[in-house]
Write a protein that binds this ligand. Structure first.
Ligand code: BGC
Length: 394
């Protein structure tokens, strides 16, 4: 796990140009830096102006929920809610100039309150599975909420995807949104009060940077990720089976029947898990029981941000590049989507119509001493970064 001093990141944001735009009197829902914001406000009537725009989006747990629209100089727009730290849409042009969202999401908060499978959410305290919801730390056994058969998945029954985050800072110039959430000692069974800060930044190079920081007062597992479902055609009636995927990984972590890694790091060579050269998602998916839902052991070395995967769709001309500081990538091919959930305009979300590329530490690491550690100690700073970048091939 990469840990660096985080004070600079927050200090930088606080020195930036803030706006408390929106139609709600400018409250960002917290007593933090957003309220004392000064600077240029974006045009509240027009969310398409470059910068960040805040709009009321409802309520959950008695707290106000907002939808933030980040717009860059190219007119590319990313919408993020403080409910679950959720990316609800990412509108980019295709090669003909026609605009559509490349991620799955709803127009209304109600869609998320019905608990879809983590559409666009910030996932934590531990992204992915912990076997039987148990782990032992400093001689003490901890029992977590189980919400995926016998296992703990994506932070438990009410993970970070289902809570209202505090919008701590909004910045116009290179639009960015900083969200804070404090997960209390014992929440979902985890030890320690964990203070989490996630910053989303949309650049003029059509990159979405996600920067994760956390601190704890007791040793605890932490594994934060984003759960966006991509369909680069921008049309949910198409599957992602024709998308070409490259993952820079020579190994993956095979799993048991409950999707818990066996602990081995297996070579991908000669298997349907070999994406070292760009290959269509659908080319060998039939050979993988249930479809892809595995963690790849990235070849990346060191702590810096490196490109680890690319996803391309020839039809739209869009390519998504994935950069991360993390050692692993969960590629989930939307296997459990079955048409029962509908988009805001009533289209069924069928199997393999969207896929996730979740940057992370490996699943079940707290029970696998041979995997890179996910334990954050008091006094340490958790810091990871993931960047998704959209490129247009004409
Ligand atoms: C998991 C899948 C799960 C999906 C939605 C993915 O990260 O790997 O097994 O079904 O999230 O919960």
């Amino acid at each position: 796990m990469k840990k660096v001093v985080m004070s600079t990141a927050l200090g930088f944001l606080m020195a930036g140009v803030f706006t408390s735009c929106g139609n709600n009197g400018g409250s960002t829902g917290g007593s933090n830096s957003g309220d004392s914001a000064t600077g240029t406000a974006t045009d509240t009537a027009n969310a398409s102006t470059p910068g960040i725009h805040q709009a009321d989006w409802g309520e959950s747990d008695g707290k106000k929920v907002y939808l933030y629209t980040l717009t860059n100089n190219n007119g590319v727009q990313v919408k993020i809610s403080n409910y679950g730290g959720t990316i609800t849409s990412w509108v980019t042009p295709d090669k003909t100039g026609s605009k559509s969202s490349i991620v799955l999401g709803f127009n209304e908060l109600a869609g998320y309150l019905a608990h879809p499978p983590y559409f666009g959410a910030t996932v934590g305290r531990y992204g992915n599975r912990i076997a039987k919801g148990k782990f032992t730390l400093n001689g003490k056994e901890y029992t977590l909420a189980t919400n995926d058969g016998q296992n703990h998945l994506h932070g438990g029954k009410k993970g970070f995807d289902k809570v209202v985050w505090e919008a701590a800072a909004l910045k116009n110039d290179q639009p960015s949104l900083t969200l804070n959430y404090t997960s209390v000692d014992g929440e979902e069974g985890y030890p320690g009060n964990l203070r989490v800060t996630v910053t989303f930044t949309l650049t003029n190079d059509n990159e979405l940077n996600i920067d994760y920081n956390a601190e704890t007062d007791k040793a605890t597992p932490v594994n934060l990720t984003n759960h966006s479902y991509f369909n680069l055609t921008g049309d949910i009636t198409n599957t992602i089976l024709d998308h070409s995927l490259m993952i820079d990984a020579d190994k993956y972590t095979p799993v048991d029947s409950t999707l818990i890694p066996t602990g081995q790091l297996q070579p991908v060579k000669g298997t349907p898990f070999d994406f070292t050269k760009a290959t269509k998602v659908g080319a060998r998916i039939e050979q993988v029981k249930g479809g892809y839902d595995h963690n790849w052991v990235l070849n990346r070395k060191g702590n810096d941000l490196q490109m680890v995967a690319t996803l391309s769709d020839e039809k739209s001309g869009r390519t998504l590049q994935v950069y991360t500081t993390e050692p692993g990538l969960q590629f989930y091919s939307g296997n459990f989507l079955n048409g029962s959930i509908k988009t805001s305009d009533g289209k069924p979300i069928n199997q393999h119509t969207a896929m996730c590329l979740e940057t992370q530490h490996f699943p079940n690491s707290p029970n696998q001493p041979n995997f890179p550690t996910t334990i954050l100690q008091p006094g340490q700073k958790y810091h990871t970064t993931t960047k998704y970048k959209v490129i247009l091939n004409k």
